[in-house]
Design a protein. Structure first.
Length: 515
């Protein structure tokens, strides 16, 4: 778990470095607009299919096959699904490359007013679109490795896209007549590197998929059909989140200049703890829960989920409290320089505080949803996601008039609370999860530690408006001291109340094949 979180943290840091390098090398203009639009579609398809719906459907079936039929049958199933996936992806990729003008027309119709910009976007799209092919195969490899409890390689994979984009920006841009093509080829190179990274790891566990030429035979595989059947609801569930994000952007764009950017910067800060905790725990839990379900081991299943929930509250609640109380210091320290002024910092901090209210719930959703996916129940999370989407838009209409962009962030937070609550109730109602003994003591310790943390941050941060007047170096050292003092205080209180690291020893289901 610590290894996965560390690699995720490194990837996030490199993501910030990547954005900084791109801004410095290419600036903001027609060329960068063209690149971001060109990269948007394959990246969106990656989120919808490769890393979202496919993984959620693929991992439980693979875990069940391995548990019940053994490695040989699993290896055959991997060959079938990889054959179907590769052929379909080649067709989709070729279609996307050929239909790039139509794709750009749909995703950026405003570019038609500038023929050169439109043509540039089409050319960049033809280079970046194969990224969906590479990343779908990477997602397949990652699902296999996670099922074998080899979590480090999949967690490290995103780092290579960031490195490719940084390297191409710094060292290859001058080679092109149009420097922005360096970024497009950086995406292509990043996809290749991420795929190549998986091959030795799959070879070591003797699960490198063996492709064959009989598409019909592979298509008729029972396991392939089950995976595709599960993918349908999963695609819908992932799409709901993307639709919600799109609608929120439309709302924000109607408010005037700056509102979309303020939400974007607040979201970037909120995503740090959400990715470190939610994504890391979800990656570990899904294959473990799938194995327990396939083995009909209800006790192990419930124990694993209970461990994930306890660890989530232990780490997510102080992160949420810190985001709320240190919103302006965080934004001012990380972003307030150059064209990003004091007003931008204040407005971004309002959205960040609203996001902070729902951070724990957003992470809990990533923990609770795998509880359904592992049981191959895709319909319940989709129904709950749709309810949350409707609730988000109703709250958007209620809040936007008087809270502006912060109201949009608040709507997402409250909808996440609703989502997490319904997922939890669903698992309890199905009898899949029963809280284990000791929750009252565990939660009481966390509340006491949170109270101490809140009091400390309140006094040490001082008047928040002063952070806007200090120099960058002064803001940086003060923020670092605050974070360090807060972390030491929080965990010191927990330990003084009897909590020990041994209390969070990973369940046996998570230790069986750890790398």
């Amino acid at each position: 778990m610590a290894k996965i979180s560390g690699l995720t943290l490194l990837s996030r840091i490199l993501g910030f470095v990547r954005d900084f390098v791109i801004a410095n090398v290419f600036g903001a203009g027609a060329a960068t607009d063209a690149f971001f639009v060109a990269f948007r579609l394959p990246n969106l398809l990656r989120r919808l299919f490769a890393e979202g719906a496919f993984t959620q459907a693929f991992v439980p079936i693979i875990a069940e096959c391995r548990q019940r039929q053994g490695d040989r049958a699993t290896r055959n199933l991997l060959g079938d699904i990889s054959t179907v996936l590769s052929i379909v992806l080649l067709v989709v990729t070729a279609t996307g490359v050929l239909a790039s003008p139509a794709l750009v027309l749909v995703s950026a119709p405003g570019f038609l007013d500038d023929a050169s910009k439109f043509d540039l976007t089409v050319a960049l799209t033809r280079i970046t679109f194969p990224y969906i092919l590479f990343m779908s195969l990477v997602a397949t490899a990652g699902g296999i490795l996670n099922t074998w409890s080899r979590f480090a390689i999949p967690a490290a994979t995103p780092i290579f896209l960031n490195l490719a984009l940084i390297g191409m920006s710094l060292f290859a841009a001058a080679w092109f007549d149009e420097p922005i093509f360096a970024l497009a080829w950086g995406v292509f190179l990043g996809g290749v590197l991420q795929l190549m990274l998986q091959i030795p790891a799959l070879w070591r566990i003797d699960m490198l998929p063996r492709l064959h030429l009989s598409f019909r035979k592979a298509w008729r595989s029972e396991g392939v059909r089950r995976i595709l059947k599960l993918m349908g609801p999963a695609v819908l569930g992932v799409s709901v989140a993307q639709i919600s994000l799109l609608i929120n952007t439309i709302f924000a764009s109607s408010l005037g200049d700056g509102y979309v950017s303020w939400l974007y910067y607040a979201d970037r800060l909120m995503e740090f703890p959400a990715a470190l905790l939610g994504a890391s725990l979800s990656t570990v839990l899904l294959p473990s829960l799938s194995r327990s379900h396939a083995a009909n081991d209800a006790q192990s299943y419930s124990q694993t989920l209970d461990w994930g929930l306890r660890l989530t509250l232990l780490l997510a609640l102080p992160a949420a409290l810190s985001l709320i109380m240190l919103a302006l210091p965080l934004v001012a320290t990380l972003f307030m320089h150059g064209a990003f002024g004091a007003t931008d910092a204040q407005q971004t901090s309002l959205a960040l505080m609203a996001y902070g209210l729902g951070l724990t719930a957003l992470i809990l959703v990533k923990i609770l949803a795998p509880g359904f996916y592992a049981r191959q129940d895709m319909k319940a999370p989709v129904r709950i996601a749709i309810i949350s989407l409707i609730a988000t838009q109703i709250m958007n209409l209620i809040f936007i008039g008087w809270l502006k962009h912060a109201g949009l962030a608040l709507a997402i937070s409250l909808a996440a609370c609703l989502n997490a609550g319904l997922l939890y109730r669903g698992l309890r109602k199905q009898g899949a999860y029963t809280p284990h003994a000791g929750w009252a003591v565990h939660f009481g310790r966390i509340l006491c530690a949170l109270l101490a943390l809140g009091v400390l941050l309140w006094f040490l941060r001082g008047e928040v408006a002063l952070w806007l007047d200090w120099s960058l170096s002064e803001r940086a050292w003060r923020l670092g001291a605050l974070v360090l003092a807060g972390a030491l205080t929080y965990f010191a209180v927990l330990m003084s109340l009897g909590m020990r690291l041994a209390d969070f020893k990973r369940p046996v289901a998570l230790q069986s094949e750890s790398d």
